[in-house]
Design a protein around this ligand. Structure first.
Ligand code: ADP
Length: 154
């Protein structure tokens, strides 16, 4: 059976922290689905279509990676896509507390699911989409925090 992992997130925007998690997880799986979670009543900062296009550009040519968006429960998305693995990143102890709750509840909802955590590379620990967004909103240069070639003005 193919080993498929789902990497869910808002990716508003995708950062080098997210990219690093995907690249480190690649040797472990046959396929990784980067799944942009959205809520039709609450839009993010960057339009969903742009977020999706940027991530597709980053992994262009890598046939083990697909990028898509989804609404609803992550475990339902995993079931639909024959995935038993959720990837998440851990930067700090507060990430851990947050992720523990979600991961344990997901396990209750879908016992076959395993959440795989990657410890952030030290240099990526302070990088978050919300700080990158704030820098961008105020006209700062975010290029060192987002994947090479990604342009938030496009
Ligand atoms: P969510 O809204 O679901 O938290 P995010 O897009 O903020 O979505 O994050 C998706 C995943 O990526 C989460 O597991 C988060 O902890 C992880 N992540 C975010 N930033 C980094 C980073 N700099 N290094 C490693 N993992 C990260």
């Amino acid at each position: 059976m193919k080993k498929i992992a789902v990497f869910p997130g808002s990716f508003d925007p995708f950062t080098i922290g997210h990219e690093s998690i995907v690249r480190r997880a690649l040797p472990l799986f046959d396929e990784i689905i980067i799944a942009i979670g959205y809520n039709s009543t609450k839009s993010g900062f960057f339009p969903l279509e742009k977020r999706e296009r940027w991530i597709k550009q980053v992994f262009e040519g890598d046939n083990k990676i697909t990028v898509t968006k989804y609404e609803g429960l992550t475990v339902d998305f995993c079931k639909k896509n024959n995935s038993n693995y959720i990837l998440r990143g851990l930067r700090t102890s507060s990430d851990f507390e947050f992720e523990r709750g979600i991961g344990q509840m997901n396990k209750k909802l879908f016992p076959e699911i395993e959440t795989i955590f990657y410890l952030t590379k030290p240099e990526n620990t302070p990088i978050s989409s919300s700080i990158v967004r704030d820098i961008f909103k105020h006209g700062g240069d975010v290029s060192q925090f987002i994947p090479k070639g990604m342009n938030l003005n496009e």
